[in-house]
Design a protein around this ligand. Structure first.
Ligand code: 13P
Length: 234
């Protein structure tokens, strides 16, 4: 096994544990993957993250259908992970989580709008919310790929979120930011209709963010943080 792949296997476990510690996921719902040449490494299905060992991470070729190598079945959501890598050269890692506020908003089936400028972290003035499709299905995968068009985050209707990143650190950073944005939006909408920032302002922030994510690409596995506290320099 190449050194980088061995490192990625260890990092996948560390990030999975970090994801739950940060409060953006709970239990065994949610899954993470990372791209390696021609293939992806992905967390196994229904396995508590604290029981994971590097050899238990599944490996699937991107052109290998549903075949995998590893002692455990890959995540039931392997299909959308694979299809996103096939559709998006910019995706080096993917995080799927059932975080509380993103999942709650996904039940409303409305696209997230620019209630806060941090929506620019996902590439534009909206984060789409897809229709519902059952987990693990080709239908869900198509909805996910389409929902992510020109974006790095999407809400899956009545299900949860998917975020992509150049690497695992950046994907997890986006997961925390999307959950935080959903929480803020949820709280604001309880008090009244929030102001929506104009598209041209979000376009400017998207430009300013180019390079902002670079800090996240270097970010070490965090110790203990709470959602919204993963910070980088702007
Ligand atoms: P896995 O345990 O198979 O990864 O699935 C959890 C999940 O989030 C399904 O949407």
């Amino acid at each position: 096994m190449a050194a980088t792949e061995a490192n990625l296997r260890r990092e996948l476990i560390a990030r999975a544990l970090e994801m739950n510690r940060l409060g953006v996921n709970q239990g065994t719902s949610g899954n993470l993957s990372a791209r390696v040449p021609g293939a992806m490494l992905i967390t196994p299905t229904a396995t508590p993250y604290d029981e994971l060992r590097p050899a238990m991470i599944a490996r699937m070729k991107l052109d290998g259908g549903d075949a995998w190598t590893g002692p455990l079945k890959p995540s039931s959501e392997w299909r959308f992970h694979r299809d996103i890598y096939l559709a998006r050269d910019d995706a080096g890692a993917i995080v799927h989580a059932h975080s509380i506020y993103a999942t709650a908003l996904s039940m409303l089936r409305e696209d997230l709008r620019a209630t806060h400028y941090m929506i620019a972290a996902f590439g534009g003035p909206t984060v789409r919310c897809t229709d519902y499709a059952p987990y693990g299905t080709p239908e869900l995968s198509s909805l996910a790929v389409e929902g992510l068009r020109d974006r790095t985050g999407v809400l899956l209707g009545s299900h949860g979120m998917i975020v992509t990143g150049a690497n695992l650190a950046q994907a997890l950073w986006r997961a925390v930011e999307l959950e935080t944005l959903c929480k803020q939006t949820w709280i604001a909408t309880r008090a009244g209709p929030p102001a929506i920032l104009p598209d041209d302002e979000i376009a400017r922030i998207v430009e300013r963010f180019r390079g902002y994510g670079a800090a996240a690409t270097e970010a070490p596995v965090a110790k203990k943080r709470t959602p919204g506290s993963v910070r980088q320099k702007k």
